[in-house]
Write a protein that binds this ligand. Sequence first.
Ligand SMILES: Cc1cc2nc3c(=O)[nH]c(=O)nc-3n(C[C@H](O)[C@H](O)[C@H](O)COP(=O)(O)O)c2cc1C
Length: 187
Amino acid sequence: MDGFQTLDVILGRRSCRGFSTEPVPQEILVDILEAGQAAPYIMPNSRHFTVLRDRRLIEEISRVAKGEGGKISAEHFALFSSPGFDGTYGASTLIILSGNEATRQFELVCGLSAQNMLITAQAFGVASCIAYFPIFAFFGADGESWRNRLKIPAGFRPSLAVMLGYSEYGMDDGADGRYKNEITYIS
Ligand SMILES: Cc1cc2nc3c(=O)[nH]c(=O)nc-3n(C[C@H](O)[C@H](O)[C@H](O)COP(=O)(O)O)c2cc1C
């Protein structure tokens, strides 16, 4: 793959917010997770990956996240309580990234892993969405029991999620509507 092909994959990725029920094949999922593990880290054992493939369990997390996230602000409540809202968008696979709290920048370390997975998913034609939303499920009084149920190791904090699947609408062509940041060159 040359540089332009890599750039095409990166520019072609957009967040998917409507997944079909089609599962991601296991061999592709393994490659996506391998890419997640290959991201830079500050110290070994910086992050933990929890892979959920049971749509009923993902829906349960989505319901709990809606309830807990809705307590953050009136805007969150209005969005999450709108009819039919599902912040996991029907994704067939949900990966929760938990950062080792002994690493000061554990959220950043999870973010790097997430980005590697998004790009690799795109290269395999798998749609994705990075999301904080499912993390709200760990906010409430039942947060600890969710951590136990999902076998998140002690000392690791759920920090970010990646949702994977196949788009209900086909893959976006990427560039449309992408916000561009300002770049300052100093020479
Ligand atoms: C840390 C982080 C958390 C995010 N959380 C959510 C989320 O909870 N739900 C969601 O739909 N999108 C979420 N996004 C996705 C952004 O909305 C999206 O990346 C941004 O609008 C740019 O669009 P693009 O991904 O299509 O390029 C999150 C992005 C980041 C970086």
